[in-house]
Design a protein around this ligand. Structure first.
Ligand SMILES: Nc1ncnc2c1ncn2[C@@H]1O[C@H](COP(=O)(O)OP(=O)(O)OP(=O)(O)O)[C@@H](O)[C@H]1O
Ligand SMILES: [Mg+2]
Length: 334
């Protein structure tokens, strides 16, 4: 199946100022570094990695909210760029985003019914009657009854607010939904409700979805594939079930080992503690950026940058040791 969204070598560099011994220097921060990925209709791709690794920056470039420094993004064969012109507005109809903070995403002064209807009014879609029907339908589909329609955001619970945000994103019938930590502000029981609802809507509507989360269990539950980011780069990508049960990259292993397992005492998996803090994206280490913290690093890792290499169907890893080990195994098996 052809890709709906394609990113090719997408990079985002921010000019930043650093201060050292009273001297202010202008430096470059590579928030996202030469990432390429594809997303098909109906596919859910999870994006995981430590705070500050570039997940939100990548997501924003993919839907044209911020420009790329270099590299291209295309949606349905058309270039996505951040210029606010008619072509951008038409594309934005098909690409919607759900953010972490539902209260921040909603207008405190407008009843929720009006806010969900607003995108249809702005885009001039349908008659008044059709707009009303579409608004009512989408609110009902996310479990918001008509008794709540006149309420203001602060008069709803956190879970209800996040469902209103989802309704607002879905009312234009987008083909791509980008969810940036959509449930991290909600308590656990509400999280499960919202995740299940999102999963159902995604399947019903054959939505392509980019799902950013720190919660690997949620990613495994909802995503077909997962991409693991470290300091602006994807270091492992593949089917979620495979990557999360048999990770190839030592960083992915460490992320997974940090998730408490209900049957921890019965599994042989030990918690892997990473050495040191994540390095600054202003001073990215040479070679493999993970090498200063990597428990298996060798001299080559400091000297040479590893690139994503196929180790199994649809499963790639950027690690000199794990990629060659796997390659070795394949050669031995032949
Ligand atoms: N406008 C900006 N100017 C300068 N640096 C920025 C800007 N926006 C983001 N950054 C930097 O880019 C890097 C990536 O930020 P980003 O928000 O994409 O991370 P993230 O993976 O989404 O983190 P989190 O999990 O905490 O949301 C960080 O080092 C951040 O400080
Ligand atoms: Mg973020």
């Amino acid at each position: 199946m052809t890709a709906l969204l394609t990113a090719t070598d997408v990079t985002r560099v921010y000019p930043v100022k650093t201060t050292q011994s009273w001297l202010t220097k202008r430096r470059s921060l590579r928030a996202v570094d030469q990432i390429s990925l594809e997303l098909r209709a109906g596919q859910t791709l999870g994006l995981v990695g430590e705070s500050g690794c570039g997940k939100s920056t990548l997501a924003r470039m993919l839907i044209g909210l911020i420009p790329t420094t270099t590299g291209e993004v295309s949606f349905d064969g058309k270039p996505v760029n951040a210029e606010r012109n008619a072509a951008w507005r038409a594309l934005r109809r098909d690409m919607q985003m759900v953010y972490q903070d539902p209260l921040g995403a909603l207008d405190r002064r407008l009843p929720i019914y009006q806010q969900v209807r607003e995108p249809l009014v702005i885009q001039g879609i349908g008659s008044r009657e059709e707009q009303h029907t579409a608004t009512e339908e989408v609110l009902t589909s996310v479990g918001i009854g008509s008794d709540l329609f006149p309420r203001f955001p602060h008069e709803l619970s956190g879970g209800q607010r996040q469902r209103v945000v989802m309704a607002r994103a879905l009312v234009l019938k987008p083909r791509l939904l980008v969810c940036d930590e959509p449930v991290s502000a909600l308590d656990l029981s509400i999280q499960a409700q919202v995740i299940n609802l999102l999963s159902t809507l995604q399947k019903e509507r054959q939505l392509a979805m980019l799902f950013i989360s720190h919660d690997l269990r949620v990613v495994r539950h909802i995503c077909d594939d997962v991409a693991v980011m470290y300091l602006g780069k994807i270091i492992e990508q593949g089917p979620a079930a495979q990557v999360l049960s048999k990770p190839a990259h030592p960083y992915t292993e460490a992320l997974i080992s940090a998730v408490s397992h209900p049957k921890a005492s019965q599994t042989s998996r030990k918690r892997i503690l990473l050495r040191g803090e994540p390095p600054s994206p202003i001073d990215v280490p040479t070679g493999c950026a993970f090498h200063p913290r990597c428990p298996i690093a060798v001299a080559q890792c400091q000297a040479q940058t590893p690139y994503l290499t196929h180790i199994d169907t649809g499963h790639t890893v950027a690690c000199h040791l794990r990629a060659s080990l796997n390659h070795q195994q394949v050669v031995n098996a032949c």
